[in-house]
Structure formats: C-alpha cells, structure tokens
Design a binder for this molecule. Sequence first.
Ligand SMILES: [Zn+2]
Length: 174
Amino acid sequence: MSDDQTRFLLDSKFDDRVSILIVYPEDPQYSEISGMFESRGHAFFYHEAKMIVMDGAAISQSWFTEDHLDVVHAHELGHFYANHTSGSEEDERQADWIGIQILQHHMRKGAVSRTAIDLHFDEFVERYGIDPHELDEHYQDVFSDSSEISKFLGKQINVESSEFIIRQWKNSFN
Ligand SMILES: [Zn+2]
C-alpha cells in the first residue's frame, strides 16, 4: 500500500453485487465510522451502498489472516441476505449462522479454506455455547422464504456436522 492510501475498495469474491471498503485509521473519515466498528465489531454492512465496510486497524493486526477476512466477509453478507439493520444479538447469531453456510458453499467451489470454516465454527461455539448445526432446522425454517439464503442451504450440512462432532470429540482427549 502506498503511504497516502488510507482506504481500499475491493469486489466481494462471494457476491458480485457487493463491494468491500477497507478504511484505515489514517483516513480523514475514520473517526466518523469508528463508532460503528466499536459497536458492530471489525466490520458492518452498509445496505444503501451494498458495501461491507471493514476496519483497517483490525486487518493490520498480525493475527488477522485471509481466513479471518473470509469469516468477517461471510458474516457481513449474512446481514445483507437477512436484511438486518438492528445489530441485535439475535441478528448477530443469525449472521454467524448464515456466514457458516456461505463459507461451506464457497469451500465446495474451492474459494474458501477449511481453516476459515473451523474458525467460524469455533467462534460460534465460543459465543453461543452451541454447535451451529443444532440450529440448522430452526434457521432453515426461519429463512425458508428467503431465496438469498436458501441457495446456500444444502445436504452437506449434515456431513459438516458429523465432522465437527468428531473433531470436538477428538479434542476432548487432548
Ligand atoms: Zn454482525
């Protein structure tokens, strides 16, 4: 990045209607939107512009990898597809659940690594104390009328679920 560049605009690799704007703390407008990062996390979805706005400060952290970027990206698309605007805890849980479906969908197409999905799974369990697949039936019901979301819901969910349970089971012996 050149020294004077404080923001980047990228195309979403998951949805060509959506773009991603990364804004770094050096940007003149950063202070106007940093409050949103504080309340929503590393990013938020700007519905009017179909744009994911990401915090450059988070992306600059040494722990932040491309897998983290994919997780945040998929989560924000979850807000887009579910038309969320409130930032409520239930909206966050829904976006996390949809995000996992999006990552699984794109992993099957080779655009997402297994690590990104594991990361999102572990985050989900840590945040809500529940395997996201336990909510599959519930959310498939909630989103049954949404064409945006139902395209990501497939049979593979059950395979993923059993893999996850086996992984957790193995981890319990470590
Ligand atoms: Zn969110």
